[in-house]
Design a binder for this molecule. Structure first.
Ligand code: ADP
Length: 558
């Protein structure tokens, strides 16, 4: 309605504190701060004093979402503000937004309402240039690959079997499949190529999983770029390109410090796709936040079946970031959708539909417990929710023996009282922290790892592999990649690979079409359904409503 201010209007009305003040409040010494303007800074981690203790990690995940998103980022920010208000030294650690969705749909990735990270327009646009640097590192490798073939192709790289693609941070479907090297012998070796969006780059996944500059270089060296004519994998190390790629990332790899509306320090750093990669902020930012704060609130993409599973089985396996508690965001509207109400009727009060949707929440709760962690349900309150609907969720949670609270951090802010009850539940969960454990051991064959995820997390019956996938499984074994963890690329809307199968379906089979080895990031992507690595723009892109006002400030951005 006209009375509701937009996220941008709320953000603009907030008073920002100079970034040096935020740094000081987080215990970051001046020599570790590299300011980018007045309200953003990079942190030189090497200049931080040794930590006396490491903070606890709270992972924010969600039930299976609707296309609008259920408010994970909003809750992440609001919960951190509420914990800070309760007297805890708290930091937010979340991923950076991609320009693709910013220009595509109206909607940012820095929270919403009274729970936002600022300066939201900068963060959602070019921020501190990290995505540019990642794009450049990726494309430098592409140029070196094509140059290697042009200069005689000593490695015998098969131009038909290059898997590493060019990237840009834009939704541009016309670039999905292209031909490069046309124009005759002087222009290069013609071959089919294509662009992905930067967040789908393996360089982005590597960047986010690297624990140090050295680990970054080593992971870059391990990236497989394609295969030789006799089908042997070719690595970045074979081309010797890891050094220049790491160098191009020298500033990007430093975490970015910003603040929430309530002044809570936030590290916003790295942003891998949640389907083709693990979907959470950088390991360096999360471990840095743990050194500085008592509690670190972080987020993983999509629902707990994807985000929390990958956080535990991929990210927490390669770094000391295991969560002590998991917050599961649920909304009245998503539960009603899982209970059978169509998307255009989700604002109608309907306790019966909501109750029919609760099995979706139940299955995500049981997943979190399989990781040895204690879930806390955060009901993200919308203006259209009725008291009866909210009470029904809380009553169900009480019966299920799970901590739960309604949070209005979007409307009232966690810095005010909108997240107090949730913060108390989270603090109670943290006082008896879980012992995080992975779902599967790495020595299980890739095929069996996938089956384990399907059965234990999705509640399905089995996984079925296409002929191509079975061939790729054999190659994975031959190339010695069988001990890598699995990164599932599956629809976020359903536990199954069929986006219209809502609620908590059972007995289904997940179809694995293809496997892709990401030997630098260190996981095997299992592709189910269609995998989009270069999105397109919608018919009415948000971009066409954007501009600058007479003061040079963005307009129409959210
Ligand atoms: P996610 O991280 O799960 O994708 P976001 O936190 O980005 O979700 O929220 C998605 C959109 O919904 C944002 O535009 C946000 O402003 C809006 N939103 C979130 N919570 C609420 C709420 N309680 N009431 C109204 N709008 C909300």
């Amino acid at each position: 309605t006209a009375a509701t201010p937009s996220d941008l209007e709320i953000a603009r009305a907030a008073t920002l504190r100079p970034i040096a003040e935020i740094a000081a409040s987080a215990g970051i010494p001046e020599e570790a701060i590299e300011p980018y303007g007045r309200y953003k800074a990079k942190i030189d981690v090497a200049q931080l004093p040794p930590a006396s203790a490491l903070g606890q990690v709270v992972l924010v995940s969600a039930i299976s979402p609707t296309p609008a998103g259920e408010g994970k980022s909003t809750l992440t920010v609001g919960l951190a503000d509420a914990l800070a208000r309760a007297g805890k030294r708290t930091m937010v650690a979340i991923r950076e937004p991609s320009l693709g969705p910013v220009l595509g749909m109206k909607g940012g990735a820095t929270g919403g309402g009274r729970s936002q990270i600022l300066p939201m327009d900068d963060i959602n646009l070019h921020f501190t240039g990290d995505f540019h640097a990642i794009t450049s590192a990726n494309n430098a490798l592409c140029a070196l690959i094509d140059n290697h073939m042009f200069q005689g192709n000593e490695l015998a790289i098969d131009p038909r079997r290059i898997t590493f693609r060019r990237v840009m941070d834009m939704n541009d479907r016309s670039l999905r499949e292209i031909v490069v090297g046309l124009g005759g012998p002087a222009q290069g070796v013609p071959r089919q190529d294509g662009f992905d969006i930067t967040v789908a780059s393996e360089v982005m996944a590597v960047f986010c999983l690297a624990s140090s500059p050295r680990d970054l270089t080593e992971r870059l060296a391990r990236i497989t770029i394609g295969y030789t004519y006799d089908r042997r994998p070719v690595r970045v190390a074979d081309l010797g390109a890891q050094g220049v790629m790491a160098m191009l990332l020298k500033d990007a790899i430093k975490p970015n410090l910003v603040q929430t509306i309530a002044g809570t320090p936030a590290l916003v750093h790295g942003g891998p796709f949640a389907n083709i990669a693990h979907g959470c902020n950088s390991v360096i930012a999360t471990t840095t936040a743990r050194r500085l704060a008592e509690i670190v609130v972080t987020e993983a993409g999509f629902g707990a079946d994807l985000g929390a599973e990958k956080f535990v089985d991929i990210k927490a396996r390669c770094a000391d970031v295991a969560p002590s508690a998991v917050v599961l965001v649920a909304t009245v509207r998503a539960l009603k959708h899982h209970g059978g109400l169509p998307l255009d009727r989700l604002t109608e009060p309907d306790v019966a539909a909501l109750e029919s949707g609760l099995p979706n929440l139940a299955r995500h709760l049981s997943t979190v417990r399989k990781f040895g962690l204690e879930p806390v349900v955060a009901v993200n309150r919308f203006a259209t929710d009725t008291d009866e609907e909210l009470a029904a969720i809380l009553a169900w949670c009480r019966q299920a023996g799970v901590r739960a609270a309604v949070a209005d951090v979007w409307g009232r802010g966690g810095g005010d009282d909108g997240g107090d009850e949730l913060a108390q539940e989270v603090l109670a969960a943290l006082s008896a922290p879980g012992e995080c454990r992975q779902l599967y051991p790495l020595d299980l064959p890739v095929e069996e790892k996938i089956r384990t995820i399907v059965r234990e997390v999705y509640g399905g019956a089995d996984a079925e592999f296409s002929e191509a996938a079975r061939r790729q499984l054999a190659q994975i074994r031959e190339n010695g990649w069988d001990a890598l963890p699995v990164c599932m690329a599956k629809t976020q809307y359903s536990f199954s690979d069929n986006p219209s199968l809502l609620g908590a379906p059972e007995g289904f089979t997940v179809h694995v079409r293809e496997l892709r080895a990401r030997t630098g990031a260190g996981f095997i992507i299992a592709v189910t359904g269609t995998l989009m690595t270069m999105p397109g723009l919608p018919k009415n892109p948000g971009a066409l409503r954007m501009g600058l006002d007479e003061l040079g400030r963005p307009e129409g951005l959210f």
